[in-house]
Design a binder for this molecule. Structure first.
Ligand SMILES: NC(=O)c1ccc[n+]([C@@H]2O[C@H](COP(=O)([O-])OP(=O)(O)OC[C@H]3O[C@@H](n4cnc5c(N)ncnc54)[C@H](O)[C@@H]3O)[C@@H](O)[C@H]2O)c1
Length: 271
């Protein structure tokens, strides 16, 4: 592997576009791939808005055969089957040294590593939203990953200007697991008519949280947040305290996904 690894980010949505921006801003050669041309255009415009000049440094593509790099960072839809299908495609066209990483929030990294078929070259690289702003990156290691590869990823994250924290593979890893009750209790209060969206957000912000739970869910994407809740709930044996909310399920069914669709718990101008 060369001194300055090449990066291919798969998925140009909320996370993928931000991750591509982060690597490009730190001098890495980056390819950004998405099956959806419209998402690529939106990603390009968003990157250009927040980091003028950087989008010209990124190769945007809707062709999977161009996804050849030293490090693959997968940030497509939170669905194990879709992720494994993509990894299988990319493993077939990449060299034997390429490291495959997933930005999954809640799927088992070990399960994905085994299904993809290269467990010794597979890890979680969990960026937070918005990726260009949030400093922390969880590096999710499995029992298959040699220590030197975990160290390589840690070094890569540092060179991308972020703070790496290594954690083992367990449902929701660390941050999403600890944060889950923040969303779920707020939804429970709403469901029981104890308070409303705006008041809950205002109160939590007044206590020092950077963002109220509803604003945060709209930023994350209600589809993504709901799917993480379901997966964490399921994989921990369905504890009542982590039961996903019907309110959020309905938001997903209505397509009110948050900022990315212009409507969630609040309304937003569509970018
Ligand atoms: N949104 C968050 O706050 C957040 C935070 C951390 C991690 N994550 C994780 O990051 C991943 C992406 O989340 P997101 O919020 O960016 O989703 P998103 O819905 O904004 O974007 C997903 C993108 O993947 C593309 N896509 C779908 N299938 C594809 C395929 N087979 N090949 C290539 N592109 C494909 C879609 O066109 C879309 O552009 C998920 O695994 C999610 O759990 C999300």
């Amino acid at each position: 592997m060369n001194n300055h690894p090449t990066i291919c980010v798969c998925g140009a949505g909320t996370m993928g576009s931000g991750i591509a921006q982060v690597f490009a801003q730190n001098g890495f050669q980056v390819t950004l791939f998405d099956v959806n041309e419209k998402m690529l255009h939106t990603a390009k415009a968003r990157i250009e808005k927040y980091a003028p000049g950087i989008s010209a440094e990124i190769k945007f593509t809707s062709s999977p055969v161009e996804c050849v790099a030293d490090v693959i960072v997968e940030a497509i839809v939170e669905n194990a089957e879709a992720k494994v299908t993509l990894f299988n495609k990319l493993i077939a066209i990449n060299g034997p040294e390429t490291i495959f990483t997933t930005n999954t929030s809640s799927l088992s990294v070990t399960g994905l590593a085994e299904k993809a078929g290269v467990p010794g070259r597979f890890a979680g690289l969990h960026f937070f939203n918005p990726a260009p702003v949030m400093k922390l990156v969880e590096i999710v290691v499995t029992s298959y990953l040699p220590e030197e590869r975990a160290a390589f990823l840690s070094n890569l994250v540092t060179r991308a200007g972020k703070i790496p924290v290594t954690c083992s593979d367990s449902p929701g890893f660390i941050v999403n697991r600890v944060a889950r009750p923040y969303y779920l209790e707020a939804l429970y209060l709403l469901e029981k008519n104890v308070s409303d969206v705006v008041s809950i957000d205002k109160l939590m912000e007044a206590t020092g949280f950077r963002m109220g739970p509803f604003k945060l869910m709209d930023l994350i994407g209600n589809d993504v947040n709901y799917s993480v809740s379901c997966i964490v709930h399921e994989s921990l044996g369905k504890p009542a305290r982590l039961k996903p909310s019907a309110i959020q399920e309905n938001k997903v069914k209505e397509g009110a996904l948050g900022r990315k669709t212009g409507k969630g718990y609040y309304e937003y101008p569509v970018v």
